[in-house]
Write a new protein. Structure first.
Length: 217
């Protein structure tokens, strides 16, 4: 059987796309900026300007619209204007009629009644990195372990050797970030914007099962 096709919108360097590929999808990424390290087929384009006919040529859509408008870091930069693309993204995906997933930070206004939270502790990673995933298919999250490990935001190389978790920001990408996230092909800046592939591998398996049940009905 051919692999189902997944469209990875606002794809950046491919953390989400890699997880979906591991789950069995053929992945095509779309981003407004060039992404020379994106590991799959890539189209440089405005994700929100894509034609619905193009969207419907895929089986599933994932979208990770920019998060800066919802983060504390964005609030600390009042002179900067960040795009708030979550509602337009959701409207576009709803109109496609396809199964879809939107990923964003915990403070983003995703619908809590149809979203789950994933963190690195669920997948044996040494970073918590909580992210929320909203979907129209009814995702189920694994049990959320208690957070007992300390998290380093400074001196992370030394703390990593001591067994601490790390916060994936700034220069962490140059030493412990790849191991903490399960990503070995990105620059430090790309890693700071990425999500661990383990998250979307987990979600991708659920998408696959949903599609199989529908095809068998």
């Amino acid at each position: 059987m051919s692999r189902p096709r997944l469209l990875d919108l606002f794809c950046c360097a491919g953390g989400a796309g890699t997880g979906y590929r591991m789950a069995g999808f053929d992945v095509v990424g779309v981003d407004l900026s060039p992404q020379p390290r994106y590991p799959f087929a890539f189209i440089q384009h405005d994700a929100l300007a894509l034609d619905q006919r193009f969207l419907r040529s895929f089986d599933v859509i994932h979208a990770s619209p920019p998060c800066q408008a919802y983060t504390p870091l964005g609030a600390l930069s009042p002179h900067m204007t960040y795009p708030d693309l979550l509602d337009p993204t959701r409207e576009m995906l709803e109109a496609s009629g396809l199964p879809w997933v939107i990923e964003n930070v915990m403070t983003a206004p995703l619908r809590k009644d149809r979203s789950i939270v994933l963190c690195g502790e669920m997948f044996g990673l040494r970073t918590y990195r909580h992210r929320r995933f909203e979907s129209n298919i009814g995702l189920v999250a694994p049990p959320h372990p208690k957070h007992v490990k300390l998290t380093a935001t400074k001196q992370r190389k030394a703390r990593w050797a001591e067994g601490w978790h790390v916060s994936i920001t700034g220069d962490v990408g140059t030493y412990v970030g790849p191991e903490a996230m399960g990503i070995d092909w990105m620059s430090g800046n790309e890693l700071c914007e990425a999500i661990p592939p383990s998250y979307t591998h987990y979600i991708g398996v659920q998408l696959m099962l949903t599609m199989l049940r529908k095809s068998a009905a």
